[in-house]
Design a protein around this ligand. Structure first.
Ligand code: SF4
Ligand code: SF4
Length: 305
């Protein structure tokens, strides 16, 4: 089984649009949206939930007013300022509560319950292309790395169950916890970058991250014609680091038009479609070379190839 993760040094590089096209072009695949802080792939793939469950992670304190004697100790001891007196009653602000359990341990009346915290929801869904695994972390919630790990595990189990040979993941932007969780053990990372100084900087950072986790990297420069010089510089840097340059995509209004129509670009008759198809072929070949075992079946997953 081969796992390809599409990443970008920052948001807004066209990563999700490109992933949707790859999801369309690939066969024999499961799609997984690992951008749990701001998932967008569902907008293009219109998933219909088959099963959903809450993502429970950590705990939060809750004061039972029936048992509370209003002594105020919890408010005094909570270093996160999460306990407040409201209309003569002590209450926990769930947004501020860090789940440290100090109030639970110190309450002389045993009035503080320590409840499981629901931080988001995860889904297995059907799309017009394939089964999709995705999730949403509630605003302000943390532990996205753990949620990403759970999604990847779910995607792998589903791929085995359905006999799929490819897991295609839309990763998170940046180099934070969710990206790290999505990269470890992946067969190939595809970095989508724009030709700007910050794009070059972001690419260098994701390349460093991939090198650390020994994940091979393929580069795609989006909107390459906006700055041909910078494009060449990023591609040269990628080659110098031993990475594959999978291709370039020019700036084109068809990307936005496809997005508004809730389609992958490759589902349209855009002149970008054959370009993306070529890029996907290169990515599959690169992943096939990089896969530890059973590289050959991966090369059969391009429609019409
Ligand atoms: S320490 Fe316990 S009894 Fe005292 S205010 Fe807090 S919850 Fe109420
Ligand atoms: S669990 Fe910790 S952070 Fe939350 S209210 Fe109690 S003392 Fe404050």
């Amino acid at each position: 089984m081969t796992e390809i993760v599409v990443i970008s040094g920052k948001g807004g590089t066209g990563k999700t649009s490109l992933t949707a096209s790859f999801a369309h072009l690939a066969e024999d695949r499961i799609v997984c949206d690992l951008d749990v802080d701001a998932p967008d792939l569902h907008i293009l793939l219109a998933p219909k939930h088959l099963r959903s469950e809450p993502f429970v992670s950590g705990h939060e304190a809750a004061i039972d007013p029936g048992r509370c004697t209003d002594c105020g100790q919890c408010a005094a001891l909570c270093r996160f300022g999460a306990v407040r007196e409201v209309d003569g009653e002590y209450v926990v602000d769930p947004v501020r509560c860090e789940g440290c359990k100090v109030c639970v341990a110190c309450c002389p009346a045993g009035a503080v319950d320590f409840l499981d915290k629901t931080c988001g929801e995860r889904h297995v869904s059907a799309t017009r292309f394939c089964t999709m695994v995705h999730a949403r972390l509630f605003p302000g919630e943390e532990n996205s790395g753990r949620l990403v790990t759970l999604l990847r595990r779910e995607a792998r189990a589903l791929a085995e169950e359905e006999g799929r040979s490819l897991i295609l993941c839309d990763g998170s932007p940046g180099i934070g916890c969710p990206v790290i969780s999505s990269l470890s053990g992946a067969d190939l990372a595809v970095a989508v970058t724009e030709p700007t100084p910050s794009g070059a900087h972001d690419f260098a950072r994701v390349a460093e991250l991939c090198a650390h986790f020994r994940v091979p990297l393929a580069l795609v420069v989006n909107k390459h014609d906006l700055n041909p010089e910078q494009t060449r510089a990023i591609e040269d840097a990628a080659r110098a680091m031993g990475h594959v340059v999978a291709g370039r995509i020019p700036f084109h209004p068809d990307v936005t038009a496809a997005m508004l129509a809730r389609k992958a670009v490759t589902e349209t008759d855009s002149p970008l479609a054959p370009l993306i198809r070529d890029i996907w072929t290169t990515i599959l070949e690169t992943a096939g070379r990089a896969a530890k075992t059973a590289a050959a079946p991966v090369l059969t997953t391009l429609k019409g190839a």
